[in-house]
Write a protein that binds this ligand. Structure first.
Ligand code: SAH
Length: 495
């Protein structure tokens, strides 16, 4: 091991930053966050650094985390530096100038005076290197390649950043508050470790993450009473996760983290293989999607599976396309879990309307064109059509219809008889947000024909309203939108 990893407590301690440019500014900001008393030594400083110095001087109440500027042109030899008082006072020195000679002189001065020096981007001159960090204070993860491959450190940092959810800092603080009591109550270290694992994998951590620290404290205290003797059975949990439209990039971080904590995942048909591949490898994935004509699992069976696995104490994720609360029956599933006394949480997803609109270049609201949006479905269960066509036809802004492609003839007929103009623009977006996305632009009067001629298949969405035509101009993703009827057909018809 070439370096000894170490965290420095710089609160209220003097640190020198040599150099006043942008690199120095970045370092100063990080040092201020750690509460250091920073002295910047440079002939001139970046305007933002100058501002920080002024703010620091004016805020006399501040005794830690301050910055001042010493105007100096640095001597090119180490000896001249070691005699400066700002150098002698420093616990730690950072060289951040763009002059390699000055940086080397600072490093040499540090060597003479037994002070650790970090020379930015110059590992060879460093006696201290600064790692990339993942900050979930008080939890801090530091990543370093010893200055040899910063690009690799950045990648690792990004990967770890994705793995550690933002609530981890709160979790660390929570356990810090309980630590003394836990140690007093449970003498055996092995048993304590077991308990901490149980809390972190179970209810206690979940409650903290959900912002319910009081309840988390109660749960922890309750298990402490019986802790020395018995292992209380872990309680299961269900997380409803919205997977977004398909591409992994449109899954939320919270969704990713839930997938990586899951024991069992009940997956919808609409969820892409790309998103499923992100789940914890050991998780059992059960497909409960309703494939047209093929194998299908009833809603009751889904409820039974949710309750069954959660009751076994497992971490269950119910993974749905788009958002779980938009035509996703998420509410019904929560009602069932509530009735069964199973704790749950919900991670929203990007619903098809938002994803399709964004990726088709179709703003759902647009100045002077549309100020409101209605998400509706034209899908009818059984034979009864309970759709409120009056309300849908009265929608003069943007109307987004889910599950409507098979019903396009009905949509066209019902809206036209209630007075919507046959010229109202319609965008049909198939496989929105996926590489195979297709957009067909037409008008309400030609909707059925367009669906038939272009063989539109589910999943597809209808956007009805003036904004729909903007996709012709603003599209940026996937295939160029096609217009129905095509220009050529129109010309030959009028000829
Ligand atoms: N909960 C989901 C919607 C489920 S209903 C959500 O919030 O997006 C299923 C309908 O969503 C489909 O019939 C289709 O109308 C729409 N849909 C879902 N994904 C889609 C996609 N990638 N492209 C177009 N429409 C999609």
């Amino acid at each position: 091991m070439r370096y000894f990893p170490l965290f420095l407590d710089l609160h209220g301690r003097s640190v020198v930053v040599v150099g006043g440019g942008e690199v120095a500014l970045r370092k100063v900001r990080a040092l201020l966050e750690a509460g250091a008393m920073v002295t910047v030594v440079a002939p001139h400083v970046h305007p933002a650094l100058a501002d920080a110095c002024v703010a620091s001087r004016d805020d006399a109440s501040k005794t830690i985390g301050s910055v001042q500027h010493v105007r100096a042109t640095l001597p090119a030899n180490a000896h001249g530096l070691t005699s400066a008082s700002w150098f002698q006072d420093a616990w730690f020195v950072v060289a951040a100038t763009d002059d390699a000679n000055v940086n080397a002189a600072v490093a040499a001065a540090g060597e003479q005076a037994h002070k650790f020096v970090n020379v930015v981007d110059d590992a060879a001159h460093c006696s201290a290197i600064v790692p990339a960090i993942i900050d979930r204070s008080p939890l801090l993860v530091a990543v370093s390649t010893g200055g040899t491959a910063p690009m690799l450190a950045r990648r690792v940092r990004r990967d770890v950043e994705l793995l550690l959810d933002a609530g981890l800092g709160r979790l660390a603080q929570f356990f810090a508050r309980w630590r003394v009591r836990v140690t007093a109550a449970v003498a055996a270290p092995a048993r304590r470790r077991e308990l901490y694992d149980q809390w972190m994998d179970g209810d206690v951590a979940r409650l903290v993450r959900d912002g319910r620290e009081d309840a988390a404290g109660e749960a922890l205290a309750a298990s402490l009473i019986s802790a020395p003797l018995v292992t209380s059975a872990a309680r299961g949990h269900v997380t409803l996760v919205g997977a977004g439209p398909g591409g992994a990039g449109l899954l939320t971080l919270a969704g990713l983290q839930a997938l990586q904590r899951a024991d069992v995942i009940l997956v919808d048909r609409l969820v892409s293989a790309e998103v499923r591949a992100l789940a914890r490898r050991d998780a059992l994935q059960i497909e409960v999607g309703k494939e047209g004509g093929g194998h299908s699992v009833t809603q009751e069976e889904i409820h039974r599976l949710l309750v069954h696995h959660a009751t076994l104490g497992l971490n269950v994720v119910r993974l749905k396309g788009g958002d779980p609360f938009i035509f996703g029956r998420g509410g019904e599933e929560l009602l069932c879990l509530r009735a069964a006394g199973i704790p749950y949480s919900v991670v929203p997803g990007i619903t098809a309307a938002l994803a399709c609109a964004a990726q088709a270049g179709l703003p759902l609201t647009h100045r002077n064109v549309a100020r409101s949006i209605r998400f509706a479905t034209a899908h009818c269960r059984g034979s009864a059509d309970e759709t409120d066509w009056e309300a849908l036809a009265a929608e003069t802004d943007t109307l987004v219809l889910y599950m409507a492609v098979a019903q396009s003839a009905r949509v066209q007929r019902e809206l036209l008889v209630r007075g919507r103009s046959a010229r109202t623009p319609v965008a049909i977006i198939e496989n929105g947000g996926r590489p195979e996305q297709r957009v067909v632009l037409t008008a309400l009067g030609q909707l059925t024909e367009a669906v038939r001629e272009h063989v539109v298949r589910a999943p597809a969405l209808l956007v009805i309203g003036e904004v729909a035509s903007l996709a012709g101009e603003l599209h940026w993703f996937g295939a160029v939108p096609v217009t129905h009827p095509s220009e050529a057909t129109r010309l030959s018809a009028s000829a």
